[in-house]
Design a protein around this ligand. Structure first.
Ligand code: NFE
Ligand code: MG
Length: 517
């Protein structure tokens, strides 16, 4: 008999995601993904000065404020007819790249690794490495004091990596990764100021000049990160992917074969050439990357808590109008579709569009190009490969900065009476789009379609599931009390249910906090 399992909230992700799965005969038969907190940022942007968008959207999320700030900059540049100076383009690329590196390391080590490694096994370490011995002492001390968060509680499973030597090495990398993330955050603060809520990118360009010393400070940290990514991150991914018990996860967790990348890291002022290319893959046909057409994006709200007149709109004319009583709805996420299809976005989508040799060699070795199914582990591997090739490329971009050359186009000061703009970029979690309609010199409409809206979307008007919902189908759940494979799959997407918890009630005009369970 089918059994319903609800995981609410899914932990070790950003924001509030509820996953319901129906399990029958030890496998997922159906799945529902629900964003359970309302984000009203698009609504509160209305009537504001267009430049304010830049600062307000950075507050959408504490994990990816940089990505929203970057998308808003490009959005406003487009609406204001800015000719972006090369220095500004390169500094934006460098800071966005620093954020990718920080975010990818965060995801693998601090959010996902605990799904695979048994931290308790560290207590059995019997080797002589003094650093690992010290780590063993530290972990044993924490366990003795009962201070075991975030390692416990966890779902029980007999396939965690529990060899004491290997587990201890991996946990030591978990600790090193904290230091590496700090270096990546420092890199972007060199040009952008503190994270989050930084002030370094604005419509028209950036605010800090490149100098010999800030270029050197950035490069020094980047070099350390590149060495660590090569010698630790990539190796750990290969180690985890090579665990025999995890072999089914090479293809299990496939989201249905549709992938979308807007492309990112512009290589010219028009954004025609991008380091991460733009493109669309459908029905698993990964060797056939099709051109992207913005007009094919629509958002369905059949199963989302938004009024019916928000249905099927392109974000250029999109609406955010909540309907909390809507019959049949189960998410605050809309369901973005491209040419009517759900699309996975993120590192796997980008790497399948780009096809860097390192990823394709790995995919060939693992037999993925025959099966044409890319599940949980390829998602982690694509993220690590992307982190490496991006970090290596960033070193070259530093050489292209020109000390003393412009960083801002003053055209950004002139706000037209009416204009449309769009900023299509890539964040660590995938394709991010911001759209603006300036009316009477203020914001008439501002729409964001974020990566997790694509990946964690609910069903659409045709009843078709979103990418995470499809990826969950068929996953083995031998013990309904411990649905570890469900969270492994969800976390492989690195979801972020960005954050807004207050709604102004139109009648009482008070601030209400609510929670849908
Ligand atoms: Ni809040 Fe984000 C990224 C964006 S994901 S983390 O990357 O945009 O929806
Ligand atoms: Mg939106």
């Amino acid at each position: 008999m089918a059994q319903l399992i609800s995981i609410d909230p899914v932990t070790r992700i950003e924001g509030h995601l509820r996953i319901d799965v129906e399990v029958e005969n030890g496998a997922v038969k159906d799945a529902w993904s629900s964003g359970t907190m309302f984000r009203g940022i698009e609504m509160l942007l209305k009537e504001k000065h267009p430049w304010d968008a830049q600062q307000v959207v950075e507050r959408i999320c504490g994990v990816c404020p940089l990505v929203h700030g970057t998308a808003a900059s490009y959005n406003l540049d487009d609406a204001l007819g800015v000719n972006l100076p090369d220095n500004a383009r390169i500094i934006r690329n460098l800071c966005l790249g620093a954020n990718f590196i920080q975010s990818h390391i965060l995801h693998f080590y601090h959010l996902a690794a605990l799904d695979y490694v048994d931290v308790a096994a560290v207590a059995q370490y019997s080797g002589s490495n003094p650093t690992l011995q010290a780590l063993k002492g530290k972990v044993a001390g924490l366990v003795k004091m009962g201070d075991v968060y975030p390692f416990l509680p966890r779902y029980e499973s007999d396939d965690y990596v529990s060899d004491p030597e290997l587990a201890t090495v991996l946990v030591s990398h978990y600790v090193q990764a904290l230091e590496m993330r700090k270096k990546a955050q420092e890199m972007l603060s060199i040009f952008y100021g503190r994270m989050p809520s930084f002030v370094g990118t604005v419509p028209g360009g950036v605010t800090v000049q490149p100098t010999v010393s800030n270029i050197a400070a950035f490069r020094a940290r980047l070099s350390e990160l590149r060495a660590w990514i090569d010698s630790v991150y990539i190796q750990d991914i290969l180690t985890v992917a090579g665990v025999a018990a995890y072999a089914p996860f090479l293809s299990a967790g496939d989201s249905g074969g549709n992938y979308l990348a807007y492309g990112g890291f512009d290589q010219d002022s028009q954004g025609k050439e991008k380091f991460l290319p733009r493109g669309v893959i459908t029905d698993g046909d990964v060797m056939n990357v099709k051109p992207f057409d913005e007009a094919k994006i629509t958002e369905s709200v059949k199963y989302s808590w938004y009024k019916e007149d928000c249905e099927g709109l392109n974000p250029k004319e999109g609406k955010t109008d909540p309907d909390l009583e809507k019959e049949g709805a189960y998410s605050f996420l809309k369901a973005p579709r491209y040419d009517g299809k759900p699309m996975e976005v993120g590192p796997l989508a980008r790497m399948l569009v780009m096809k860097p040799p390192m990823l394709m060699d790995l995919a060939t070795k693992l037999g993925l190009l025959k099966a044409l199914k890319f599940g949980i582990l390829p998602r982690h591997a694509a993220r690590a490969v992307e982190c490496k090739i991006l970090a290596d490329e960033m070193d070259k971009w530093l050489d292209e900065l020109k000390v003393g050359e412009p960083i801002w186009d003053s055209k950004a000061k002139d706000i037209p009476n009416e204009a449309y703009g769009r900023g299509l970029v890539e964040g660590p979690r995938g394709a991010l789009g911001h759209w603006i309609h300036i009316q009477n010199k203020v914001i008439g409409n501002y729409q964001c379609v974020v990566p997790t809206t694509w990946n964690a979307a609910p069903r659409d008007k045709n009843g078709e599931r979103g990418p995470i919902e499809t990826a969950l189908l068929g996953l083995p759940v031998p013990d309904p009390e411990n649905p570890i494979n469900v969270v492994r799959c969800v976390r492989s997407f690195d979801p972020c249910l960005a954050c807004a918890i207050h709604v102004i009630h139109p009648e009482h005009n008070g601030v209400k906090e609510f929670r849908v369970v």
